[in-house]
Design a protein around this ligand. Structure first.
Ligand code: SF4
Length: 624
């Protein structure tokens, strides 16, 4: 890691290493707790070795807030919460933010419809434009007075500065639009005003490539980068894509490091440090990027949710758990105004609620089941000083993650399990593989101070005639069995979609049949369209609103929504129509009167996903 751990520099400002913790809206910014949770979230990352941290967007005025849970710099309560953040002792850049047409005030250069909020924006008057520029400057001054080390002007992702820059959203004919120079003017004037208002380094996050059909041409983006530097930017943080872009940028299917070449191109044309990011989830990848010598700093955001100590661990030569790019507990929540967390680290944003405290008198804890819920329960217990025995019936940890890691884009799910298992062992936890726990082991279970049952789920059988034919497989065995050339998947949830993705990527012709109107309705907003697009491109057929009649050696017979009888030809039929809890041990333990807690699928199979499984594992052990 010789490049990552070289000091960095922005202007005259020195950074301890070359990793920037990128801005994330957390949903804690408006929490009425005096800023305690927000400050503790950042404090834990500072303790974990984070260098420069860019805060989540601070709206420069009320209209620019991205939602009701955003902090607004004109609000004295938010300013006092920010002071508390600055006091935690890290190197913080306050991000100055205006969402434009996507904001609470829905204002924009022109009357365009926001694809995020579906409302049509009100065009800004010239006076409003000038006031907004002044508010960026006064927001920067607030940052300096509050003790921040730098500011970052948010000019990417399709927010207000981008909306002025793009011919798609700026239809003005006055000096704030008209041609490329006019469209650049707002962003340039914002940076000039911010530069004049403070003595701090000014970072500008700008869009290197908007990935919008008919958007800003590359040559204009390059001219804008130069103009931003001339206006006073000390560093450029290169964002990729707008929220509305039809090209995925940060989802799990996007290859790691995919966008660094865009930032490298920017770096060749400007004389200030350039920061790359968007799809980098390991310090080792950052090292490779920096070693290539094309950019100066690497920004990572979600990885700091997944592991607040990833810098300290890398310095000590340890691997971190990885962000798997699922977006389920972070981006998808922030899009609907919910508090952010992380699937693989459910403590994220709840650090005050679940402090890392050691018990005064350590307990002996047994956890049965080594899937996400069981592993999290075991780890949380071990971190608090308990002596943990984890019993897993199979030869490997991971539960449903062992299947998920086989799906395109989800290999990192396997890395998470490896890491959690390794951390548990390092904390003295004993992992007993190939050790099913049955009713014969009740005395052993009774001997522990605490018992957590995380026995998970199994595929739910269906009552379709022919479901026991030899070419019919459950989803669990389909992931590890030979499949015929034509595969029909029965089911319309996330597992059916994953299985179809897995089989189609291996060259099988796949059709999904499901009863509902909408396939995979529970998949997150930022991910669903990406996965469905990948299935479409792989030629996967999806037919909803079917009534199943029977399965035969030829395939699946069903009645379509229009009432016709049809046959989907299949060499292999896979049942992915839900899950049910594995309750045998639960019933035995209950009947024996042994005190216990249930987590994950053992608690309930209804609505189970990995986010809930991990969160169960955290909460049960701290309340038990
Ligand atoms: Fe990464 Fe998923 Fe955690 Fe978000 S919720 S930080 S995408 S692992």
């Amino acid at each position: 890691m010789s490049h990552v751990f070289q000091p960095g520099r922005i202007g005259t400002f020195r950074l301890p290493h070359r990793i920037v913790m990128g801005a994330m809206h957390l949903g804690l910014e408006s929490k009425e707790d005096g800023g305690a949770a927000l400050a503790e979230f950042y404090a834990e990352r500072v303790r974990g070795g984070a260098g420069l941290i860019v805060t989540g967007g601070a709206a420069v005025n009320a209209a620019g807030a991205g939602g009701a849970d955003y902090g607004v710099l004109t609000d004295p309560g938010f300013r006092s919460r920010l002071r508390r953040v600055a006091e935690v002792g890290g190197i913080f850049a306050l991000q100055l933010f205006h969402a434009g047409s996507h904001g609470v005030g829905a204002v924009a250069p022109s009357a365009v419809r926001s694809k995020l909020t579906r409302s049509v924006a009100r065009p800004m008057s010239v006076a409003e434009i000038e006031d907004t520029i002044a508010e960026f400057a006064s927001g920067a001054a607030v940052a300096q007075r509050s003790g921040f080390s730098a500011v970052e002007v948010m000019g990417s992702e399709g927010y207000l500065i981008d909306q002025f820059l793009s011919p798609l959203t700026n239809h003005r004919s006055d000096s704030w639009g008209g041609d490329a120079v006019g469209r650049m003017k707002f962003g340039v004037e914002v940076v000039r005003a911010v530069r004049a208002a403070v003595d701090l380094p000014v970072i500008v996050r700008f869009t290197g490539a908007d990935l919008m059909p008919g958007g800003v041409p590359a040559v204009e983006a390059a001219r804008f980068a130069t103009a931003l530097v001339e206006a006073g930017a000390d560093a450029l943080n290169v964002g990729i894509g707008w929220h509305e872009s039809p090209v995925p940028t940060v989802q799990a299917l996007v290859p790691h490091g995919k966008w660094t070449s865009v930032a490298a191109e920017v770096a060749r044309s400007v004389g200030v440090p350039v920061i790359t990011g968007n799809r980098v989830n390991r310090i080792s990848q950052a090292e490779e990027i920096l070693a290539a010598g094309e950019v100066h700093l690497v920004s990572m955001s979600r990885p700091f949710l997944a592991d607040p100590s990833l810098i300290a661990r890398a310095r000590d030569g340890h691997r971190s758990t990885v962000c798997v790019g699922c977006n389920q507990a972070c981006i998808d929540r922030s899009l609907v105004g919910s508090e952010v967390s992380c699937m693989v680290n459910p403590r994220a944003c709840r650090e005050l609620e679940f402090p890392l405290a050691r018990q005064r008198s350590p307990r002996r804890v047994a956890v049965v089941g080594g899937g996400p819920a069981g592993l999290q329960a075991a780890l949380t217990s071990a971190r608090s000083g308990s002596q943990v025995d984890l019993f897993e019936a199979s030869a490997e940890l991971g539960g449903q993650f062992r299947l998920a890691r086989l799906v395109p884009g989800k290999a990192d799910y396997g890395v998470v399990i490896e890491h959690l298992g390794a951390e548990l062992r390092a904390l003295g936890g004993r992992i007993h593989l190939d050790r099913p726990i049955t009713a014969d082991d009740l005395d052993l279970m009774r001997s522990y101070d605490r018992l957590v049952l995380a026995t998970g789920v199994r595929p739910r059988p269906v009552s379709i005639p022919g479901a026991s034919l030899p070419h019919v497989l459950s989803y669990a065995s389909a992931f590890t069995s030979p499949l015929g050339p034509r595969v029909v998947v029965i089911g319309g949830g996330g597992i059916a979609v994953d299985l179809a993705h897995f089989a189609s990527s291996a060259g099988h012709r796949v059709q999904i049949l499901h009863r509902g109107k909408r396939i995979a309705p529970a998949l997150g907003r930022s991910t669903r369209w990406v996965v469905l697009d990948a299935l479409r491109r792989a030629g996967v057929g999806i037919t909803g609103e079917v009534t199943f009649e029977r399965i035969s050696a030829q395939g699946v017979h069903f009645e379509s929504a229009s009432g016709t009888s049809e046959l989907a030809l299949a060499d292999t039929v896979v049942i992915a129509a839900g899950q049910e809890r594995c309750a045998d041990l639960v019933e035995a333990v209950r009947a024996a009167g042994i005190d216990h807690r249930l987590v994950g699928g053992a608690h309930s199979a209804s609505g189970l996903d990995a986010v809930r499984a991990f969160a169960d594992g955290l909460t049960v052990t701290t309340s038990y």
